[in-house]
Design a binder for this molecule. Structure first.
Ligand code: URA
Length: 432
């Protein structure tokens, strides 16, 4: 039997730990035999000393072994593709990508997460749809993927329970933004969920865990290596999170925007990311096509209404009403207007994320209630030319006091200049 204190000390001193030692630590923690404070100390030691690839794989493998695994591919008799984002502001990509990919004939069964801090979560967004349930049994989940082509649910209690516990602990001990811990957290869920091929959207910028392209590349390489080790195909898209994705930030507001994008009426940056992710997922699927053809098919599914039809079937199958008119609306909607002539040179993702969080769109601590109606819509994005009186953004608030506070935060997210900033596309790099 290992002594956790010894392992913490050895990691603190920069020693390499064995796979068995890491497994005992993680599995003991998942069984409740090792306390939070020792795992917190272990995570902090990892923060300073890191894990090498063998240790990172051992950690991932132990997290997978802490619970059951799904054999979605075997149940469907198909190759299963999945996507995952490392988390950002206004990231509603899964909600648009899922129906488009399913409309192209590739089934999507996905476990998504909740928002934490300034980053949003797909489950919270979906729960803004009246009646929508994210709690399906595994059998119902598989059945819905087979019949509708698409199901999105919450992480079940018995799938990678070690990650669930560890993520909550990391969130309150300043140990979230560590490459081997992020890589093992994401890849353990994807591998246990049964994905054969995975598109990972690695966010880069002030609203992301990875602030620089270099750090994002290191994270991408680590996840590729874990995928290779587990025999899964992985493609990493490195995408811009220096400004919010699309215009809407906030749960119901993002559902409206995701639906509009499925109808071909989304913001340019979000539409580009959605089509790119769809193209790569279709290229990894068993359709046997290249990404260019995948993109063409994704565009066709948007244009001919088949993606919207899948969206509506999917929302109904999970108990929701797909009519955007039934989504909750905030009592106060305030427009923020430009007071200067010039170009938007910065729209800080983290500032807008915090404004939405303080409005009630996210949780300050685990278990907080969310207000699905509130949020921010950024009409003016980086590079846009504005004149006094132009609408920059809308704040959707519960009351006037909330709108006042959010207005100040959103205005502080904007910088203006005389010259247009250098163009930065949504897709910064692809690592595969
Ligand atoms: N998303 C996850 O699932 N885990 C992390 O550690 C970070 C982002």
């Amino acid at each position: 039997m290992i002594r956790p204190a010894e392992l913490i000390e050895r990691k603190r001193n920069g020693e390499e730990l064995g796979a068995d030692e890491i497994a005992e630590l993680i599995l003991g923690y998942a069984r409740g035999e090792i306390p939070d404070y020792q795992l917190a100390a272990f995570c902090m030691a990892v923060y300073f000393k890191g894990l090498n690839p063998a240790e990172t794989y051992a950690l991932t493998d132990a997290m997978i072994r802490s619970g059951r695994t799904l054999e979605l591919g075997a149940a469907l008799g198909r190759k299963v593709v999945d996507k995952h984002s490392t988390g950002g502001v206004g990231d509603k990509t899964t909600i648009a990508v899922g129906p488009i990919v399913a409309a192209c004939g590739v089934p999507v069964g996905k476990m998504s997460g909740r928002g934490l801090g300034h980053t949003g979560g797909t489950l919270d967004k979906l729960e803004s749809i009246p009646g929508f349930s994210v709690d399906l049994s595994v059998d119902a989940f598989v059945g819905q993927v087979r019949e509708v082509g698409l199901a999105i649910i919450g992480q079940t209690a018995d799938l990678v329970p070690a990650d669930k516990q560890l993520y909550g602990l990391r969130d309150v001990t300043a140990t979230v933004d560590i490459v081997p811990l992020i890589a093992s957290s994401i890849m353990s869920k994807k591998i246990a969920g049964g994905a054969d091929a995975i598109v990972l959207d690695v966010k880069v910028g002030d609203g992301a865990f990875m602030k620089t392209l270099e750090d994002a590349r290191v994270l991408a390489e680590s996840m590729l290596e874990l995928g290779r080790h587990a025999g899964r195909e992985v493609v990493c898209l490195l995408t811009d999170m220096d400004q919010p994705l699309g215009a809407a930030v906030g749960n119901a507001l993002e559902i409206v925007e995701a639906r509009a994008t499925i109808c071909g009426d989304g913001p340019p940056d979000f539409t580009e990311l959605v089509l790119d992710a769809c193209a790569r997922l279709l290229a990894l699927s068993d359709l046997g096509i290249e990404a260019d053809e995948g993109r063409r098919r994704a565009q066709a599914a948007v244009a001919d209404g088949s993606a919207l039809a899948v969206y509506e079937r999917w929302i109904r199958a999970q108990g929701g009403d797909p009519d955007p008119g039934v989504l909750p609306r905030a009592a106060v909607v305030r427009e923020l207007r430009a007071m200067v002539v010039g170009y938007v040179t910065r729209l800080g993702a983290i500032d807008v994320g915090h404004a939405a969080l303080h409005l009630g769109a996210g949780r300050a601590v685990k278990g907080d209630e969310i207000d699905h109606a509130v949020g921010v819509v950024c009409h003016a994005k980086r590079g846009q030319q504005v004149e006094p009186g132009d609408v920059l953004a809308e704040v959707h608030a519960r009351d006037e006091a909330g709108a006042d506070a959010a207005t100040a935060e959103v205005l502080a997210a904007y910088d203006f200049g005389d010259a247009a900033p250098a163009e930065r596309s949504i897709l910064l790099d692809v690592v595969s």
